[in-house]
Design a protein around this ligand. Structure first.
Ligand code: NAD
Length: 332
């Protein structure tokens, strides 16, 4: 299938305006094929059909909410619903925390109920969160929504790379994802760090969600700012299984996050091991450049998948897709 070219600039919104949401706004600014028209946080939203200015919106957010933006902001206790029902946006990147673990599926239900038609892209991480969306597959399809899930870095970019690399083999033995993330301070990415803490021994999503900022800082003081994780519940496994690459038990994900240094503690990579048709066992390795940030490796793919989703949507293809079954398109 050749996916149609997207001709008109796509009107894009970003839900959630923390670390990733703000990076998303900056990534979109120089693009010609997408125009950033909407942003929402917990307390308000901003909309301008001709395009928003990232600096102005970040400034308003730092005062408490994007809803303070003059004259395009609106304060609200129901930001997502109010934005979606009142303004024309073709696709949204959901840069929202998945706390609790049912939050993203609840947001998807909200979109279905609203009667909105368009493209949704998330950067969900947990297998159980993607499983909840799978249950909404038919409803999304009938509602006219094209929903692409797991479209960040891992899952996302690295899962898609594994799906491509698998093609050399007759059988896939293992997919091993190892990520290194460096950020200057944890407050820039509160949801990401809480969700990572939820994978630490002795913690779960609910305990991590309930932690105050002071408790998170105290925990990070004890670990010297480092979170080291292995055998994480990560949706790369279910996505590769659904794409027919290998069973989920052959996929493992772990990594190290340094919350006090933007330099990566190790190079993010995915290793795909398999057997070729000649019987040789081999490993392909795809390694991300150390200079690329988490924000670049999450938001870049998210918009590439959003563009692909719009092409699908314009051909009448709706429902749920994962980053392992659709090729992202490059946004100019
Ligand atoms: P953050 O904590 O920096 O920001 C979250 C934003 O969401 C805030 O602006 C907050 O106001 C807003 N928000 C919260 N509840 C809301 C609601 N009910 N309505 C509207 N807005 C609401 O978050 P972050 O660190 O940028 O992370 C966002 C998500 O991205 C997390 O779930 C994280 O796990 C995910 N992530 C995925 C990958 C990947 O590779 N797949 C990598 C990093 C982060």
């Amino acid at each position: 299938m050749i996916i149609d070219k997207v001709n008109d600039p796509i009107k894009v919104g970003v839900l959630g305006f923390g670390g990733l949401g703000q990076a998303a706004a900056r990534i979109l600014a120089p693009k010609g094929e997408m125009v950033w028209v909407a942003a929402a946080d917990r307390k308000g939203y901003a909309y301008n059909g001709a395009g928003l200015n990232p600096d102005a919106v970040i400034n308003a957010y730092n005062q408490g909410s994007v809803g303070y933006l003059e004259p395009d902001g609106t304060l609200s206790n129901n930001t997502i619903q109010d934005l979606v029902e009142n303004h024309a946006v073709e696709g949204y990147f959901l840069a929202l925390p998945n706390l609790p673990n049912t939050f993203m599926a609840d947001v998807a239900r909200q979109f279905i109920k609203s009667g909105w038609k368009g493209v949704l892209v998330d950067a969900l991480k947990r297998t159980s969160a993607v499983e909840q969306l799978l249950e909404l597959q038919t409803q999304l399809e009938q509602a006219g929504i094209t929903y692409l899930t797991g479209c960040g870095a891992t899952p996302g970019l690295l899962t898609a790379a594994a799906a491509v690399a698998a093609q050399s083999y007759a059988e896939i033995h293992s997919v091993k994802i190892t990520f290194g993330v460096g950020i200057a301070n944890w407050e820039g990415y509160r949801a990401t760090i809480r969700e990572d803490i939820a994978h630490m021994p002795g913690y779960d999503v609910e305990t991590a969600r309930a932690m105050t900022d002071e408790e998170v800082s105290a925990l990070l003081d004890k670990t010297n700012g480092i979170i080291a994780l292995e055998n994480m519940e990560h949706a790369d496994d279910i996505m590769l299984e659904l794409a027919g690459i290998c069973s989920r038990d052959r996929v493992t994900v772990g990594g190290v996050v340094d919350t006090r240094n933007p330099k990566k503690p190790l190079s993010t990579n995915v290793k795909i091991t398999g057997r070729t048709f000649e019987g040789k066992i081999s490993t392909h390795t795809f390694t991300l450049g150390d200079e690329t940030s988490m924000a670049a490796n999450v938001c870049g793919p998210a918009f590439g998948y959003l563009k692909a989703g719009v092409a699908l949507q314009r051909r009448g293809m709706t429902g749920l897709f994962t980053a392992a079954e659709i090729m992202p398109q490059f946004v100019k």
